[in-house]
Design a protein around this ligand. Structure first.
Ligand code: AMP
Length: 270
C-alpha cells in the first residue's frame, strides 16, 4: 500500500490506471473500526483499485465540537488499511484540501437541514464540499459510505445526482458491536458507565421499529426509551426520508459525547 499526502501525488499514482481499472473510494476520518473495514472490503471486492482517504475534515465540525480531540492514530490506520488490501491511502493535511484563499462551498439545501444539520450548523456544507473535492481528485467509479450516517448518505446521494457526478454511490449497512451499539470512532470517548447508558440508543431505535411494525408511532416509542435512561439525553428522535427508504434516526448525548444511530423502517437504501 502506498501512502500519499498531496493531490499531485495521488493523481500521479492513479494516472496509469485510469480507464483500464475501476477505482473504489472510501472517504474516512480515520480511527478505523469494523465499520470502516466493511466499506474497504466492499470497495476491494467491487473495484480493481481500492483508495481510502483519511482526513479529519475541519469544515464539518461546528464551533465548540470535538475537532481537536477527535481520535487520531495514523500509524494504526495505515496498518489496518494495508491489511485490508487497500492500494492507496490518501492522507492530506488540511492546507492541501483548503489552501489559502479557499472560498468555494457546496450546499445541499433541504436535505442538509434538519436533524444533524440543525444540531451541527455548517456540518453538511463541510461534508458535501470535502466529498466533492475528494471525488474530483480521485474520480472514483464507486464511492462507499455507511448507513450509520444516514443523513450524510442522503446528502451525498443528492450531491451526486444534482451535479451529475459520474460515480456510483454505495451505502452499506451499519456494523454494530455484540451489545448493539453502532461502531463509531467516538465510542472511544465513553467510560464503561457511559457506554452502558449509550446502549439506550440502539434499544430505543429497536423499540421504535417494533412500534412502527405494530402500527404505532416509532418516534414516540423511541423517545420513551431514551427518556427512561438518566445517563443519556436525547438530542432528537425523528424519521428521515432517504431516497426510497424511511429511517428512524436519533442523536443522544452521554456525558461529553454525542452519538447518532438509525434504523430502517421501510424501503431500500441507495
Ligand atoms: P467516519 O470516519 O466516521 O467519517 O466514517 C467514514 C465512513 O464510515 C462513513 O461513510 C460512515 O458512515 C462509515 N461508518 C462509520 N461507522 C460505521 C458503522 N458502524 N458501520 C458502517 N459504516 C460506518
Amino acid at each position: 500500500m502506498k501512502i500519499v499526502e498531496s493531490i499531485a501525488d495521488i493523481r500521479a499514482a492513479l494516472a496509469p490506471h485510469r480507464g483500464a481499472r475501476s477505482i473504489g473510494l472510501v472517504p474516512t476520518m480515520g480511527a478505523f473500526h469494523a465499520g470502516h473495514v466493511s466499506l474497504m472490503r466492499a470497495s476491494r471486492a467491487e473495484n480493481d483499485m481500492a483508495v481510502v482517504s483519511l482526513f479529519v475534515n475541519p469544515s464539518q465540525f461546528a464551533a465548540g465540537e470535538d475537532l481537536d480531540r477527535y481520535p487520531r492514530d495514523p500509524a494504526r490506520d495505515a496498518a489496518v488499511a494495508a491489511e485490508e488490501g487497500v492500494d492507496l491511502l490518501f492522507a492530506p493535511a488540511a492546507a492541501e484540501i483548503y489552501p489559502a484563499g479557499f472560498q468555494t462551498w457546496v450546499e445541499v439545501e433541504r436535505l442538509g437541514r434538519g436533524l444533524e444539520g440543525d444540531a451541527r450548523p455548517g456540518h453538511f456544507r463541510g461534508v458535501a464540499t470535502v466529498c466533492l473535492k475528494l471525488f474530483s481528485i480521485v474520480r472514483p467509479d464507486r464511492a462507499y459510505f455507511g448507513l450509520k450516517d444516514a443523513q450524510q448518505a442522503a446528502v451525498v446521494d443528492r450531491l451526486v445526482r444534482d451535479l451529475a457526478l459520474e460515480l456510483e454511490l454505495r451505502v452499506l449497512p451499519t456494523v454494530r458491536d455484540a451489545d448493539g451499539l453502532a461502531l463509531s470512532s467516538r465510542n472511544a470517548y465513553l467510560s464503561a458507565g457511559e457506554r452502558a447508558a449509550a446502549l439506550a440508543l440502539p434499544r430505543a431505535l429497536a423499540a421504535g421499529l417494533e412500534a412502527y411494525e405494530d402500527g404505532g408511532d416509532p418516534v414516540e416509542a423511541a423517545a420513551a426509551v431514551l427518556a427512561g435512561e438518566p445517563g443519556a439525553a436525547a438530542d432528537y428522535v425523528d424519521t428521515l426520508a432517504l431516497n426510497g427508504a424511511t429511517v428512524l434516526a436519533a442523536a443522544i448525548r452521554v456525558g461529553e459525547t454525542r452519538l447518532i444511530d438509525n434504523v430502517v423502517l421501510e424501503g431500500d437504501t441507495p
